[in-house]
Design a protein around this ligand. Structure first.
Ligand SMILES: [Fe+2]
Length: 241
């Protein structure tokens, strides 16, 4: 593991470039650069498709991110961050404007640190993600579209669907540290949600479950990357039909 605290500015720039922020270290808001110093440089590409964050989007989101960082220091971080998230998506159109209209499946990473990850996830029409876990608490807040979550539970040696949560714009859901969920966008248009995790999402080994057999597999970056890639290709095909 490589700690940015101990390395040169070149590596910091490399980190930022890899996250696709398109900013030099000098132009990052102070809250962002201080959070970055806690980030390890390994596992930069965990398989998810990263969409570059534009400078104006980062600035628009600055207050929200700062509030999440502050809330995450409280005695019940998940609940405190949930309150910030609920307030943030209570005006979904304002949040959508700040983050930007989704145009492809992928993740816009606004913060990555050891204790907190914040990204906007966009799902193409009718996109699905297989059951997976996070090994850390997670809060999801929808700012456009709809995200249907199936909550799964381990039962003996297999997985069973246990609960369903249909999230519309303005809704917030919490997932505990052991949660397993699968995600569907049932709409014919994009869904966008803020996903906040109580740890470094990208540096954590996770599990995923085959959607048909429900066999558990290590979280595989190639598989997830392919899901995003196929979702984007399918969207282009639908547009051209
Ligand atoms: Fe998830």
């Amino acid at each position: 593991m490589f700690n940015l605290k101990d390395d040169s500015k070149t590596s910091r720039r490399g980190m930022i470039k890899t996250l696709g922020l398109g900013l030099t270290f000098a132009t990052l808001p102070s809250f962002m650069s201080s959070a970055m110093t806690e980030v390890s440089i390994d596992a930069l590409d965990h398989g998810e498709r990263i969409i570059p964050v534009k400078e104006n989007e980062l600035i628009e989101m600055q207050k929200f991110i700062e509030d999440c960082i502050t809330a995450n220091k409280e005695s019940n971080p998940q609940e405190a961050v949930k309150e910030v998230l609920a307030k943030g998506v209570s005006n979904p159109s304002a949040m959508l404007k700040a983050i930007g209209e989704p145009t492809e499946a992928g993740l816009k990473v606004f913060l990555r640190s050891k204790n907190l990850t914040i990204f906007a996830a966009s799902w193409t029409p009718q996109m699905n993600l297989m059951p997976h876990n996070h090994h850390m608490w997670a809060n999801i807040g929808i700012y456009t579209g709809r995200e249907d979550n199936i909550i799964w539970e381990r039962s003996k040696d297999k997985l069973e669907a246990n609960d369903v949560r249909c999230l519309f714009a303005g809704d917030v859901a919490t997932l505990n540290i052991n949660a397993i969920h699968s995600v569907t966008n049932p709409l014919q248009r994009f869904t966008g949600g803020l996903h906040i995790y109580g740890g470094d999402f990208f540096a954590t080994e996770r599990s995923q479950w085959n959607a048909e057999t429900l066999n558990e597999e290590p979280s595989n970056g190639d598989v997830i990357r392919n899901i995003f890639k196929k979702a984007n290709e399918q969207m282009i095909r639908m547009k051209n039909d």
